[in-house]
Design a protein around this ligand. Structure first.
Ligand code: GUN
Ligand code: ZN
Length: 434
């Protein structure tokens, strides 16, 4: 994006430096009442007080005044299923029935490139509408779906991660690959997309139930050959899933032991759900630096269980938060924070709004090891931003009449906000929300 006119965004800036230790931890973030970002060539060239940044702007700068709205780093969704855009809101029992009855049939249609391309357009429109500038997605098992996913990201200048779902058993034949074809297709897609523009390829074995040991071994080989890539899979989401996994891998000490034995764990490994964890699994998570991904709306919708944020983090495990559409019920990270807050409330773990907004921005960027590019408003970062209006609806505006602090405002956004509160979404300096 080298042909952009330099842009000066004026507004109230909020960006995090670390996880807030508590409500009083003002060192964890920067907040500027009258701030500005200077965007040049898709990056944040300067940030700070408006008066200080304005004088650094080139003559041809275009100014957009977003006051009194908040400008934050764009939201990051660390676990979502691109081919489940038409699965969301399907009336199902629990995980395994939901997969068999709705999810696998819907994913079968992604063998068709035209269908993949159409859904990709809608999928990205939904992300942008909600202020999400980066997501980590499972595509279907068909290479065409991966091409459609990254082609649309490239068109919009968005930093997206994703990969072909590897699955060679316990699913319809139309979705099943083989250990060899999954390896070959993933490797070819990785060679084509990883590092092209802003694309990051993610090695994606769906979960132990739909992969033979031979396929998990192939995934491990691929990861060893490409240590710069992320790997994503699911674990400990549902009791029936865990029982079936134990039957399929009787020699493993526990569910995580399956993934460990094939070399799938490490600081770039994202493990969706992590609800029903045992002590030994927690220790291995910490030792390997693997990331536990909380998917609140999905965990409630499928009746999966309650993610123990304090327990996991207290054990030294890295965490992230995500929508998990289409098990999840909203593309909105605001709705996701709200439902996550309620799950934690049920466990007497009251999440402060500063912690929530940290998590959805810098926290998720840290979990992806991408904080040098996204998740903050630091100079040098990519210009991926969300602009939020806490008075977007009449009930929000009414509530805001009594709000006195930034934390209260964030809590109104989290509890009452959705796409109507997202005024604008910028990816690489480009305003994308129509
Ligand atoms: N486990 C394996 N596949 C899936 C999926 O598509 N969604 C969820 N929520 N869990 C899974
Ligand atoms: Zn998932």
């Amino acid at each position: 994006m080298t042909d952009q006119v330099p842009t000066l965004l004026r507004g109230r800036l909020l960006s995090f430096h670390s996880a807030p230790a508590g409500p009083q931890d003002t060192a964890a973030y920067s907040y500027l009442e009258d701030g500005a970002l200077l965007l040049i060539d898709g990056k944040i060239a300067a940030q700070g007080a408006y008066d200080a940044v304005r004088v650094q702007a080139p003559e041809n700068v275009r100014t957009v005044d977003h006051r009194p709205n908040l400008i934050l780093p764009g939201f990051i969704d660390t676990h979502i299923h691109f081919p489940q855009a038409q699965v969301i809101a399907s009336w199902a029992d629990q995980l395994l029935d939901w997969l068999n009855d709705y999810t696998f049939p819907a994913e079968m249609r992604f063998a068709d490139k035209a269908h993949s391309a159409r859904i990709a357009t809608e999928f990205y429109d939904a992300l942008v509408a909600q202020g999400t500038t980066t997501a980590v997605a499972y595509c279907s098992s068909h290479p065409a779906s991966v091409d459609a996913y990254f082609e649309e990201a490239e068109r919009r200048g968005m930093l997206m991660l994703g990969g072909k779902t590897m699955m060679d058993r316990n699913a319809p034949a139309e979705l099943c690959d083989t250990p060899q074809s999954a390896y070959d297709d993933s490797k070819a897609l990785l060679a084509k997309w990883h590092g092209r523009g802003r694309a990051h390829y993610v090695i994606t074995p769906r979960f132990a139930i739909t992969s033979t040991p031979q396929q998990l071994e192939a995934a491990g080989t691929l990861l060893k050959e490409h240590p710069g890539c992320h790997l994503q899979t699911h674990i400990n989401e549902n009791h029936n899933e865990i029982a079936l996994t134990r039957e399929l891998y009787p020699d493993a000490a526990h569910y995580l032991g399956v993934y460990e034995s094939f070399g799938l764990l490490g600081p770039k490994t994202l493990l969706g759900h992590c609800i029903h964890m045992t002590g030994p699994e927690m220790r291995i998570m910490r030792e390997t630096g693997s990331v536990a991904v909380f998917c609140p709306t999905s965990n409630l919708f499928l009746g999966s269980g309650l993610f123990d944020k304090a327990g996991l983090e207290g054990a030294g495990i890295r965490t992230a938060i995500a929508t998990d559409v289409g098990g999840g019920t909203s593309y909105s990270m605001l709705r996701t924070l709200d439902e996550g807050y309620k799950i934690l409330q049920l466990q007497r773990q009251r999440m402060h709004p500063l912690t929530g907004f940290y998590w959805a921005t810098r926290g998720n960027a840290d979990a992806l090891s991408l904080t040098d590019r996204i998740g903050t408003l630091d100079a040098g970062s990519d210009a991926d931003l969300v602009v939020l209006d806490a008075r977007a609806t009449p009930p929000m505006a009414l509530r805001m009449e009594t709000v006195e602090t930034l934390s209260e405002e964030l809590f109104v956004l989290q509890t009452l906000g959705d796409d109507r509160a997202v005024v604008q979404t910028y990816a690489a300096g480009q305003a994308l929300k129509v």
